[in-house]
Design a binder for this molecule. Structure first.
Ligand code: TRP
Length: 332
């Protein structure tokens, strides 16, 4: 019997992985894999809720897998897989759709944001996106879901759906909890630090990508928005840009905010900004090199995602079978 608590998380392969997803998610996943039984998914089915170019989606999915591994997620210790490879996700999502309410889905802030931004493609998948996410989580009897602040509402909804279902049929699902990391939970855009760093950022300088060239990374950091003072001080209320750079520097080096303040005492942003860039470049260098090597090793990547899907499927179908039985489907 596996006594370890279960963790499930995922990232959409809708673009390149960003520094935000590394410091905010994957870096913590690596830590968690020592203590928990972890499922890390590449959620390609979620990605198609906005229009994707098929060749790019395929490329991003495989690159994301290579990058997960290059970041230190060992496929032996973690179940790493592609969502569409385990059809139980789609199957449970359908059942869960019948236990999620129109009203509660309409209240999801991400749905409201995304439909405001994509008025020409407010598809039903975008609306039921959180239900598929609930299915992802519930299939594995997950205890903890590491997510950013922006996904907390979806995990709350997952809890509500699970409790509603359990209320009718008995204890079918474990009720999961969101798990929000303390440091680096939110890396903000370098050019508009009031917004989360995001691959959909229109300003290319605002977002750093894991695979980006060192020169480009340095350029973006040198141009990062700060403020009219000159002190390196952690004050996220009044000094958003500088505080964000400090969070990034802290995540890259492991230093505390007070150590960073001391290090740059009496020095201006002209010294601080390239130092942050340098730290990020050095932190990402081995990851980029390893990911570049892995992406060429198609046979290895294939063996990882095949085995991952097989392992995931074993747990997922156990839950799905139970659900089908509970709702009254005839066993096949
Ligand atoms: N919705 C998440 C995001 O955009 C991605 C995701 C899909 C996810 N399924 C999940 C995260 C299950 C955690 C658990 O960030």
């Amino acid at each position: 019997m596996d006594e370890k608590k279960v963790i499930f998380s995922g990232i959409q392969p809708s673009g390149e992985l960003t520094l935000g997803s590394y410091f905010g998610a994957i870096k913590n996943w690596v830590e968690l894999s020592k203590e928990y039984s972890c499922y890390y998914c590449i959620v390609d089915m979620h990605a198609i809720t906005s229009r994707q170019n098929p060749a790019e989606l395929r490329r991003h999915t495989l690159e994301q897998l290579a990058q997960y591994i290059a970041c230190g997620l060992d496929p032996k210790d973690n179940t790493i897989f592609i969502q569409s490879h385990v059809s139980a996700h789609a199957e449970l999502a359908w059942v869960m759709n019948c236990y999620a309410m129109y009203g509660e889905l309409s209240r999801m802030t991400q749905f409201k944001d995304k439909s405001a931004k994509n008025e020409d493609n407010i598809n039903a998948g975008l609306f039921t996106y959180p239900v598929l996410m609930a299915a992802d989580i519930l299939l594995y009897q997950t205890d903890l879901v590491p997510v950013g602040e922006d996904q907390k509402q979806h995990v709350e909804l997952t809890r509500d759906i699970a409790q509603r279902f359990n209320g009718v049929y008995g204890e079918v699902f474990r009720v999961p909890q969101p798990f929000i990391p303390k440091v680096g939970a939110r890396i903000m855009s370098l050019t508009s630090p009031e917004n989360k760093m995001s691959k959909s950022d229109k300003d290319p300088g605002g977002c750093i990508y894991l695979m980006q060239k060192p020169e480009e990374i340095m350029r973006s950091f040198k141009r990062a928005v700060t403020d009219s003072e000159t002190v390196v001080k952690y004050d996220p209320e009044n000094k958003r840009g500088v505080s964000n750079l400090m969070t990034i520097y802290a995540s890259a080096t492991g230093k505390s905010y007070s150590e960073i303040e001391k290090e740059f005492e009496g020095k201006g942003y002209g010294e601080f900004k390239p130092a942050v860039g340098e730290a990020v470049v050095e932190r990402l260098r081995p990851i980029r090199e390893e990911a570049e090597r892995l992406i060429k090793d198609k046979a290895y990547l294939e063996s990882v995602y095949r085995e991952g899907a097989e392992r995931a499927a074993r747990t997922a179908y156990k839950t799905l079978r139970k659900v089908y039985k509970k709702v009254g489907f005839v066993e096949k």
